[in-house]
Design a binder for this molecule. Sequence first.
Ligand code: GDP
Ligand code: IMO
Ligand code: MG
Length: 432
Amino acid sequence: MPIHIAVGMQWGDEGKGRVVDLLSADAAIVCRYNGGDNAGHTVTVGKKTFKLHLIPSGIIHSHTIGILGGGMVINPLTLLDEMNALKLSGIELSPRRLYISPLAHLITPAHRLLDQAEDEARGKGAIGTTGRGIGPTYIDKAARRGLRAGEILEPESFRVKVKQHFKLVDRQLQSLFHKEPLDVESMTAEWVAAASKLAPYIQDATTLLHDAVRSGDTVLAEGAQGTLLDLDYGTYPFVTSSNTTATGIFSGLALGIMPVDRIIGITKAFQTRVGAGPFPTELSGELAARLRGTGANPWDEYGTTTGRPRRVGWLDMVLLRYAVMINGVNELCITKLDILSGLPEIHICTSYKLDGRECEILPMGLLPEQMNAARPVYETLPGWKENITAVRAWKDLPKSAQDYIRQLEMLSGVHVSMISVGPERDQVIRLD
Ligand code: GDP
Ligand code: IMO
Ligand code: MG
């Protein structure tokens, strides 16, 4: 069955958008199945840079159809902005090629205010959410009071429900967080008017998806965030509120349980995290500043969505083995290998010392305080001096860079099919 899944192996920002853009060359349908505009994917094609938050990155290829699946949470305001920006860049976005599932839940400005107020109130225990309203929207979904995209198509009842929603959040904001009252009437009118613009795109794509799979067309599902931010299997509670792992595709797209050809795990050649939570191989000082970059380059480690500096560290195989296992990954794509050029030596964390024991794979359900106490055990490899951004063939990589990749394959048990050496579409080394 021609289903391909691209999934992040770390805490997000692995370069999924950039890799999905490459994989989409062979896909007929590209889909998002989880999360919302907390995601930020940068794709560079020639002189154009695209920033995508909600629309699948594969939409940049003109032959694809894009689906925003039922497992997503969608902010109509940011989606409309994104659609406009893409249209201005020359991307065609008619309802013929963009489908929004009627089951997807809607994020309102009130959800965003609640998200920000809740995280602020956590004080030292803050998660460092993106403030995009993701958590409160998934809470409303689970509490069975959420607003679904399909409701936009029934304007009268939709307006009533939206007003009830704003009133409820207004009460919560005032009583729990001592915020100023909301102007419920005008917020309702403005937001409903904006959300209604999406009506032509709200169309069920389930049959389209199943027909495509039956007829042998490739369906590419792109995960947002990363495995370690998964609500169940991530570093809870410092996670997002959706299932980011590959299994999320089946519920998020109503695909049923189907065989999947490729599960492509995407990982940076080092580790990053934005937001709070355990990070055993985190670096500080000069080395961290060197890996993060100053912010002068667009690919430096500052969040696409929030602009926050990302925390950085050495590649962690304890976490990578775990991510490979729980996603069923059968190939790896390594991004940002170019960033390691010039380091005299490179460390890889091969195991943790945990409670006096050596552990090679993340134990399920490890508490944050236990993970904070883990002591990484490192293997040291020689670095390379050469700039590798122009390399396109394996044989042209410096020997030490080849050794690093081979070691990574050996330690993860999965073969590497692609190595990215820059943000541009063609800056890639294909190994298959
Ligand atoms: P995503 O959320 O997983 O799609 O990743 P982001 O787009 O948030 O962050 C990855 C950043 O790294 C973007 O600015 C990409 O353009 C950039 N990038 C991706 N792959 C490479 C690479 O191999 N080398 C360099 N230098 N930059 C890359
Ligand atoms: P992409 O798709 C990196 C992080 C936030 C925070 C936690 C919860 O670009 O890889 P949320 O707003 O989801 O409730 O925040 O998750 N986070 C991401 N970190 N990349 C992302 O997406 C992220 N989406 C959420 O920083 O720690
Ligand atoms: Mg990102």
